[in-house]
Write a protein that binds this ligand. Structure first.
Ligand code: ADP
Length: 238
């Protein structure tokens, strides 16, 4: 009995600490955005100041571009911290049209022309349509982005029903991930050294993991450096 009471208390304490942390990161992100907008505006004004020489103008440009980058990082933190309070609204999601559309949108926005993209099994997923779209958008854009410099970039998506779960794999033949980094890449702001020449914020997979876990699902990967990566996501059936 005493043990049960302790467990309930500890649970409540953890829940309160978690809510506090969510609120804190949300506030920080909002409070950081205002001064940053001021820095960005002054950098824009300075850039057109004719009394600046080329070197000074290049420095101002760096201030401007880094403030733009920081603004998008703050937006990502906001997105991530908001996830904690969002509820999952379940529906049956038709995966075939979602994946086909995603392929079209992403190849356009990431400007890839020589990608071989294949979709095989497309079983429906029972989940929150917006959240599931976000999961696949992140995993597919990573697969396309990190294989874009391969001689013949290939991305292969396959889904199957194993009786208790719907399991999707997203495979690419890109730069790969060292096994020592498998758990690290799901942490906020982690970017691997090998990925530095590609744009990114290191937030996508942290968001994906959180969304998958909100659905009581699982995510894992297999990879080989310079050969490619397969991400797996599994969602419980309805
Ligand atoms: P990013 O914005 O950097 O892509 P993510 O959180 O989506 O952030 O991914 C974290 C890191 O995991 C990436 O910076 C990269 O090092 C690695 N990564 C993710 N997906 C892949 C992939 N398909 N192939 C190789 N590396 C990947």
């Amino acid at each position: 009995m005493l043990k049960d009471d302790l467990m309930i208390k500890e649970n409540q304490r953890l829940k309160a600490a978690y809510a506090e942390l969510e609120k804190f990161s949300h506030t920080i992100a909002h409070d950081l955005k205002n001064p940053l907008a001021v820095i960005k505006s002054y950098a824009e004004i300075l850039e057109y100041n004719t009394s600046l020489d080329d070197k000074a103008r290049a420095h101002v440009k760096k201030i401007w571009s880094n403030s733009v980058k920081m603004n998008s990082l703050i937006n990502e933190i906001l997105k991530y911290s908001k996830l904690g309070i969002e509820n999952v609204t379940y529906a049956v999601i038709k995966m075939e049209p979602m994946l086909t559309e995603l392929h079209e949108e992403l190849t356009l926005s990431l400007k890839v022309t020589n990608l071989h993209f294949n979709i095989k099994g497309t079983p429906d997923i029972y989940g929150d349509p917006t959240m599931i779209l976000q999961v696949f958008t992140n995993l597919l854009s990573n697969a396309i982005k990190y294989s874009a410099k391969a001689e013949m970039p290939e991305v292969f998506v396959d889904g199957r029903d194993d009786g208790t779960e719907i399991i999707y794999s997203i495979a690419d033949n890109g730069i790969g991930i060292d096994p020592s980094a498998y758990s690290k890449i799901f942490e906020l702001f982690t970017r691997l050294h090998i990925a530095r020449e590609f744009d990114g914020s290191g937030v996508g997979l942290a968001i994906v993991k959180r969304l998958v876990e909100k659905h009581k699902g699982r995510i894992w990967l297999e990879s080989e450096v310079r050969k490619g990566t397969i991400f797996y996501v599994a969602f419980p059936k309805a």
